[in-house]
Write a protein that binds this ligand. Structure first.
Ligand SMILES: [Zn+2]
Length: 361
């Protein structure tokens, strides 16, 4: 019995208790869902197709930069985040409209929101509240706040403020604590001290204590040596066993039936080994971010297509088969963009298998 029958979770974008049931099912059954960053309708459908064919739910997320790209690079993005707000809302409506056609549950999420990007989150929450008023659900299933660069107290305090706003809509909130190394969306942590890359159990407990009275819909991206992007092996080592220690610490403090009371998120998942994924998932990781690997996979199909067909792509008419032969069938974007969708989808299929999510519907 899978997720759909067992838990009666609907298909299409899901919210509130259905998101909670999905993540509880994942934590209990030892799997995690890949969070696929989407920047266009093409990347959305690549992810939905992969998840449908592997019989799994999926998480789709737009980053602040990805949302601006979704809106179009021709729209100006000032510190008010107009393009990112418009793009993430457009992506949300598109995903909500198309997801039911794929017959799978979809968690609609937004990625890293650092302190200076909070106007983006404010804009999305305005849209959520308006949508909630009209439809009884927010527009997005969940959002993410990344104040890991700020002092811990400020991080928790700000997240609490936003969780209070999200709670009446039963909207999920993901927060980050402990610095993730590397560089993403213009935040460069490649020079930070190693000890700062590992979150302490006291911090996880403090978050649990601050958030739980407000809402049960939250998850924590804790630093255990994670690095955004893919780099050649360096000084930073992943320690997924730390997540197990955090779970034990929190459980000891709060008690209860659930031995793994925390929902963890694995940031900077790209390029990690199968053993690292599996160990992290065994300690309650229910979501893994894999953006960088997907970017490269999306390129691969298009790159190979162009390389293999280059003599058919230089002119509209005329190729090695004859000077008057038309090339329209070769340069139609539905042909070559599709090749990127196929390679991105097969990379997602790999992640669904690696994270034990395939076949869970
Ligand atoms: Zn992160």
């Amino acid at each position: 019995m899978g997720l759909l029958d067992e838990l009666n979770i609907p298909v299409g974008v899901i919210y509130g208790d259905d998101v909670l049931k999905l993540f509880e099912h994942a934590r209990k059954n030892g799997y995690a869902l890949p969070a696929c960053n989407v920047t266009s309708s093409s990347t959305v459908i690549a992810a939905l197709e992969a998840a449908r064919d592997a019989k799994s739910a999926i998480i789709l997320q737009t980053s602040q930069g990805g949302a601006a790209y979704f809106a179009g690079k021709g729209i100006k993005n000032t510190e008010k985040q107009e393009a990112s707000i418009a793009g993430s809302i457009a992506a949300a409506h598109y995903i909500r409209a198309i997801a039911p056609s794929y017959g799978i549950p979809v968690v609609l999420h937004t990625d890293h929101c650092a302190k200076k990007l909070l106007p983006w989150l404010d804009g999305m929450l305005d849209a959520d509240e308006a949508f909630f008023k009209a439809n009884g659900v927010p527009l997005f299933s969940s959002h993410m706040i990344d104040l890991s660069e700020e002092p811990v107290e400020e991080n928790i305090e700000t997240c609490v403020k936003y969780l209070k706003r999200a709670a009446p809509m039963k909207q999920w909130l993901e927060m980050e604590i402990g610095i993730t190394g590397g560089e993403e969306d213009g935040v460069d942590n490649s020079g930070v001290d190693n000890s700062a890359l590992y979150t302490q159990p006291e911090d996880i407990y403090a978050i649990q204590q601050a958030f739980s009275p407000i809402s049960k819909y939250f998850s924590i991206a804790a630093g255990f040596g994670n690095v955004h992007g893919v780099y050649s092996p360096g000084n930073v080592k992943l320690h997924p066993e730390l997540l197990g220690k955090h779970q034990a610490y929190v459980h000891e403090k709060i008690g209860g039936e659930e031995k793994k009371p925390v929902f963890f998120v694995f940031h900077g998942g790209s390029g990690s080994s199968l053993e690292e994924y599996q160990e992290a998932i065994s300690h309650g990781v229910v979501k893994v971010n894999v953006d960088t690997d997907l970017q490269f996979a999306y390129l691969a199909g298009i790159r190979d297509y162009i390389t293999n067909n280059i003599e058919y792509l230089k002119t509209q008419v005329g190729n090695p088969e004859g000077a008057n032969k038309p090339n329209k069938k070769k340069y139609d974007p539905r042909v070559w963009v599709r090749e990127g969708e196929k390679t991105m989808a097969s990379r997602i299929t790999q992640s669904l298998k690696d994270f034990n999510a395939a076949g869970t519907l």
